[in-house]
Design a protein around this ligand. Structure first.
Ligand code: ADP
Ligand code: MG
Ligand code: MG
Ligand code: MG
Length: 418
């Protein structure tokens, strides 16, 4: 089995073990004694090494048989690396070269991926905490989501190929299980791994856990997440999975990839911009972050409207799958039928997106995996005040999502709460 031959890499053993791989030696340099290796993983799950040599540099990401954040008491299968690899190849094919890191090598037994070293890129979440305003992110994110989500669905894919792909990714069950529990259920009861800023947030946490409407909606969204295999999702598309420069945007870390509802990726992504918005007050330290707040809400509008426009464009030009076939609509001279169906799909997607976004706000403040946006606010009272705004915002958009009709309305709500 994979576990029998697996051995975790170390800074010391990596050159010897990867020096034999031709594609790696070609990119870094043939003489492994010249390699410089650093472990830089700051995520919750895996090892990430930067390997530099006289020729160039690569990144080596290796899964561990357990959750890095928690330790070997929480086993997690190595095969997540296989799903990350296959998700990256599909994302590159669907969204274009240069939207994800280039992949140089995959070793199934060692659960490792050798990929392009993104440099001087930094993690978007870190840039936003510093108050930086990245000009391309909204547009690049909107395009990436529209292209991957549309082209991985029955609106586009050849049906036999899609069914085979759904079956392939269905085996990523353990990572889905993490999302199912940590995102959709744990925040709404006193689950073992939960934590929150206490005692400041205790009253609002008690209120949310007693909120019948919220809990029913959270479970409806969980039902959609588990049962609606609509498209190949990234599955973990937050601002910690986006690496940026002023000119370039790359999506990384799709190990949670599986077939689920389109709105999930979009909701998680936008929620992390809204959380950054509510966290900015905690990072002002004398200098106002007002323009950063404007930038963040502007980026949400841009990401959503680019997503909508590109999705609509693909609907009109690439609808080659089994759904809403042109033979029934355009080919009959009834282009309005196709537009009517598009409006319905986008409307449902918007509502579900708000639901998933609200849930994401809750689990990042009440669950196991918190956001550095809030965590780096040292003053607990100040942090709790930021978090409490995001919690109330999240509750409102989950419960009222069917009565909200535009992204501008959501932003106006965020401004009212802030
Ligand atoms: P995890 O699954 O453990 O969250 P990530 O894929 O998110 O791992 O990687 C962890 C960190 O490693 C990222 O936050 C980033 O700083 C760094 N990193 C990952 N991939 C690359 C890359 N291709 N180029 C440069 N840095 C990377
Ligand atoms: Mg990560
Ligand atoms: Mg990361
Ligand atoms: Mg990850």
């Amino acid at each position: 089995t994979q576990m029998d031959s697996f051995k975790a890499l170390t800074v010391e053993t990596l050159p010897r073990r990867l020096g034999e791989v031709t594609v790696v030696a070609d990119r870094v340099g043939a003489d492994t004694s010249t390699w410089k290796v650093r472990e830089v993983g700051d995520g919750n799950l895996n090892l990430v090494f930067i390997v530099e040599g006289p020729v160039g540099a690569v990144v080596v990401k290796q899964a561990l048989p357990y959750v890095r954040l928690v330790g070997d008491s929480w086993p997690l299968p190595l095969k997540r690396s296989f799903f990350e690899y296959h998700a990256l190849t599909r994302q590159e094919a669907r969204a274009g070269v240069g939207t994800v890191p280039k992949i140089y090598h995959f070793d199934h037994a060692q659960a490792l991926i050798v990929m392009e070293y993104l440099e001087p890129h930094i993690i978007l979440r870190k840039a936003l905490i510093q108050g930086r305003q990245l000009p391309r992110v909204g547009r690049d994110l909107g395009l990436f989501m529209a292209r991957t989500l549309f082209r991985g669905s029955d609106l586009s894919m050849e049906t036999r190929q899609r069914k085979a792909d759904v079956a392939l990714f269905a085996d990523n069950a353990e990572l889905c299980d993490i999302t199912e529990n940590l995102v959709f259920s744990d925040p709404y009861f006193d689950a073992k791994l939960n934590r929150h800023t206490s005692p400041q947030l205790d009253p609002v946490v008690a209120q949310l856990r007693a909120d019948r409407d919220l809990k029913v909606e959270a479970q409806r969204l969980k039902h959609a997440f588990a049962a609606n295999a609509e498209t190949l999702l990234h599955g973990d598309l937050h601002t910690g999975s986006i690496m940026v420069t002023e000119e370039d945007t790359r999506m990384i870390d799709p190990e949670f990839a599986f077939y689920g509802p389109m709105a999930f990726d979009v909701g998680m992504a936008l929620a992390n911009f809204w959380m950054s918005y509510f966290s900015q007050r905690g990072h002002e330290e004398g200098s106002s972050r007002e323009s950063v707040r404007d930038y963040l809400l502007g980026t949400v509008v841009e990401a959503w409207s680019v997503f909508r426009t590109e999705f609509s464009h693909l609907w009109r030009t690439e609808r080659t799958g089994i759904l809403y076939q042109k033979s029934l609509f355009e080919d009959q001279g009834d282009v309005l039928a196709s537009e009517q169906a598009l409006d319905q799909v986008l409307h449902a997607l918007f509502q579900d997106m708000l639901g998933f976004a609200g849930i994401e706000c809750h689990r990042r403040i009440l669950g196991l995996a918190h956001n550095a946006d809030f965590e780096t606010i040292e003053d607990a009272d100040l942090r709790a005040s930021c978090e409490s705004k995001a919690l109330r915002f999240g509750r409102h958009i989950v419960v009222n999502r069917r009565q909200i009709h535009s992204i501008e309305e959501v932003n106006a709500l965020a401004r009212l709460i802030e």
